[in-house]
Design a protein around this ligand. Sequence first.
Ligand SMILES: Cc1cc2nc3c(=O)[nH]c(=O)nc-3n(C[C@H](O)[C@H](O)[C@H](O)COP(=O)(O)OP(=O)(O)OC[C@H]3O[C@@H](n4cnc5c(N)ncnc54)[C@H](O)[C@@H]3O)c2cc1C
Length: 406
Amino acid sequence: MAAKRRALIIGGSVGGLFTGIRLLRDGWDVAIFERSPVELAARGAGIVTQPQVLAALAALDLKATRDLGVDASRRQTLDRSGRVIATDHRHQVATSWNRLFGILRAGYPGDRYHLNRDLVGVTQDEETVTAQFADGSTATGDILIGADGFRSNVRRIFAPEVQPLYAGYVAWRGLVEEAAFPPDLHRQMFDFFSFGLPPEEQILGYPVAGDGASDQPGARRYNFVWYRPADEATELRHLLTDENGHEHEISIPPPLIAKAVIAELRAHAGEVFAPQFQEVIRLTEQPFLQPIYDLESSRMAFGRVALVGDAAFVARPHVGAGTAKAADDAMRLADALRDESALSAALSRFETERLDMGRRMVEQARHLGTYMQRDFATEEERVRAERHRSPEAVMAETALLDFLNA
Ligand SMILES: Cc1cc2nc3c(=O)[nH]c(=O)nc-3n(C[C@H](O)[C@H](O)[C@H](O)COP(=O)(O)OP(=O)(O)OC[C@H]3O[C@@H](n4cnc5c(N)ncnc54)[C@H](O)[C@@H]3O)c2cc1C
């Protein structure tokens, strides 16, 4: 009997697990290597479940569709006074990263998941590929899959020229326990996917699963995302400078965000938002900051090495595509490996398909983000920004991947 083909997967988050589970089902010998020394736990807020995620879970027979999260289908836009000025309906379930990760982690054998393995090098020849880890250990297989996220080492090794590009604005995020919502605010906001559109800024909020991934009424959470322009050289540096004057790169751990920065944030919310959003922000104990970047790879396959998920492309959060793209990349890679007898043909097919998809997602997210730009390079950008001052346009496109069917 021929030996099983062996896949080395770098990164044990959503992209790595989708890929690992699918390749195991397809008969591969799989090992996942995760840098974190401890089990991963949520570091963000909500995840909007897209059809691609549900399709991948269903294809892998992972039971989740019934209670994956919280219904967030009713959309509304509030004006500055708090009046509802537009409504829409888009079937949507919001979950938490913990819940999705938990389902995937439970669906993948523990003895094939290795924590505390930080990939630092990759070598390959005609027959094999070898991963080198920071602890001096190595692993050899037929294919290596970089599912190691936005700051991927695998990508850095093969395509060091690919760099994240700052979009000119940041997202402030926060979570509020459902139990902390006063009844009136709860009635007006909790069950809605709500939008606020002050000039050059955007806030949106929706319910997500609560602690322990609970979708039980009373135990859920409300999550908001507030986009604000921040000039890279001045304002962004200010936001990333902690209480002790230390300037962080790319992101800052939430507890270190300077108190003055949070005070400015709360004060500004009072100037631009509906009272309902102001109250949500006031109830948020620890807002966290996410500078927005575009990341676009020009390659996704390098010999016996492939990139999936955030390692290859990161679209701005407006499209809500991160987990969907990771799931879809995993499925398409496995399809190509199943259908093509030569690895090179499989990776070439995967790359062609998925480069196109990644580019389209990044481009669509850029369109949606033009609204937050202060300066426009072209007339087309200015027209786009104008279009997204309309609540109807924003509600019809945000966190939806319908554009992929166009
Ligand atoms: C712990 C965690 C919590 C998250 N929470 C949220 C959330 O609440 N909301 C949201 O929208 N998105 C969240 N995300 C991001 C979301 O998972 C991704 O945007 C998307 O699902 C694509 O996933 P990915 O697997 O491609 O990349 P990621 O989810 O970024 O995973 C990359 C993985 O690779 C590991 N890794 C990195 N470098 C190495 C290395 N050198 N060697 C080995 N392993 C390495 C990382 O530790 C990480 O686990 C979270 C990601 C992580 C890792």
